[in-house]
Design a protein around this ligand. Structure first.
Ligand SMILES: [Mn+2]
Length: 447
């Protein structure tokens, strides 16, 4: 929590301008709390206060000292009214930032708080990593996306800098284009795991890190009772999730890659063009092309990464090559497609790469007068599905969940969603196809 300590009209106007801000800020009225009152409050809430901004002439050197004695990690900011005292304040070593009243914008104060909090988090993370003698196992959620992959690359880089060994593990599959660009070298090797191989993977190293997810239930390949040492994630959840040593779950930022970028910047580490491209694409995908859940922290990371990223890599990721096998599957999908009103469904039979199903769905959604598409195919004894919609009123994530979550996994975003059902839930592929289409049409026309 942050405190803003102000008096009179400053107090009123700051409080009024805070409407709609997400930060946890408490406004203290100087007329109600004198210095002793403030100190008492800090002592009782010790550990919960991350920063204080003193607005007006409410602060002095001995107050800064007392606050530092209580908790040296509290970020102290002064907003000075009288220009002649500015210099004095600027020489004060305990102040993180000094503003003059005419610069006083609540946004600046909050940005300083955020920077400060982030630097403390980076320091904590480094401490956790450095204290580890026998290596770190990094786990990603199943079928890791670019946000998870890029975050692991960044985490491995920090480990390397601190001379700590690390391995990255994931369940499911990684898209062939992503593997080819980022993982086809000796620098990054990610290991595929399943339920049986999890134990050996976690015994290999001393600490367990969850990146881009916090709950073991989000992976089919990690036992539910695993307690990670470190969690870095941006997905909000109702469950109380905590890493044993380090937790950074920030649902106000758009991607884990944003948090990892900030750690790299705080550590003054060189980010290679390849890593910058990976992080940038991670943020781009998780914020649906910079339109959803995007925060000022994401924008700052994007601006930074943009200048160093490799344009050729970005180009390939933007327009990934379509595999020959996918064209074959596309042929079946086009030939077998069924249309009811503005909804199209298509079975593309056997696929070599599950990402191909999404590429086919994207293509079929371009058929004239079609608003909603479901494409599904078989890979490794599972039916994989990809759903797309241009209909502003429908929510594909919900539709997929309602239609299939009782027999498999399904969900996603309003315009793009997916799912997976074990093939053995059906007699054969024909029955699978009939049931999937029936369930999908029922759910869509129920809108
Ligand atoms: Mn993510």
């Amino acid at each position: 929590m942050y405190l803003i300590y102000a008096e009179g009209s400053d107090f009123q106007s700051l409080k009024a301008s805070s409407k709609g801000m997400k930060e946890d800020v408490r406004y203290l009225d100087g007329q109600e709390y004198d210095k002793d009152g403030l100190i008492d409050l800090l002592k009782t809430d010790s550990g919960k206060i991350d920063g204080i901004a003193y607005v007006g002439d409410l602060s002095s050197g001995d107050l800064f000292e007392e606050v530092e004695d209580i908790d040296p990690d509290i970020c102290q900011i002064a907003v000075v009214e009288d220009p002649s005292t500015l210099e004095e304040y600027e020489d004060e070593p305990r102040l993180h930032e000094v503003y003059q009243t005419h610069e006083l914008v609540l946004g600046s104060i909050l940005r300083s708080f955020r920077d400060h909090r982030m630097k403390i988090k980076t320091r904590e993370l480094c401490k956790t990593i450095s204290s580890c003698e026998d290596g770190i196992s990094i786990y990603l959620h199943d079928d890791p996306d670019m946000d998870a992959i890029a975050s692991a690359m960044a985490f491995e880089k920090i480990c390397e800098e601190k001379d700590v060994g690390s391995n990255t593990y994931y369940g499911g599959t990684i898209g062939p284009t992503e593997s080819e660009i980022f993982l086809d070298d000796d620098e990054h090797i990610f290991y595929n795991i399943d339920q049986d191989s999890f134990d050996t993977s976690s015994e290999e190293n001393e600490k367990v890190v969850f990146l881009d997810f916090g709950d073991p239930c989000q992976s089919d390949n990690i036992p539910e009772d695993v307690e990670p040492d470190v969690i870095i994630d941006h997905h909000g959840t109702n469950k109380r999730i905590k890493g044993k040593e380090f937790t950074q779950i920030r649902s106000d930022v758009g991607a884990t890659a944003t948090l990892m970028t900030q750690h790299l910047i705080n550590l003054d580490m060189d980010i290679s063009p390849t890593l910058a491209s990976a992080l940038l694409v991670g943020i781009k995908i998780d914020t649906s092309d910079y339109t959803k859940n995007i925060s000022s922290s994401d924008y700052r990371a994007i601006t930074y990464l943009n200048t160093i990223s490799d344009k050729d890599i970005l180009d390939v990721l933007e327009n990934p090559p379509i595999y020959s096998e996918t064209f074959t599957a596309m042929g079946s999908a086009i030939f077998n497609r069924r249309i009811k009103e503005d909804v199209l469904t298509a079975f593309c039979r056997e696929v070599h790469y599950t990402e191909g199903i999404a590429q086919i769905a994207d293509l079929l959604l371009r058929e004239r007068d079609i608003l909603t598409v479901l494409v599904y195919g078989v890979k490794d004894e599972n039916i994989h599905m990809s759903a797309r919609s241009k209909d502003l009123h429908s929510n594909m994530g919900e539709i997929m969940k309602n239609a299939f979550s009782d027999i498999g996994e399904a969900g996603g975003h309003p315009h793009a969603a997916g799912g997976k059902i074990p093939l053995d839930k059906f007699e054969d592929e024909i029955e699978a196809s009939e049931m999937i289409e029936e369930r999908f049409y029922d759910e869509v026309f129920d809108r």
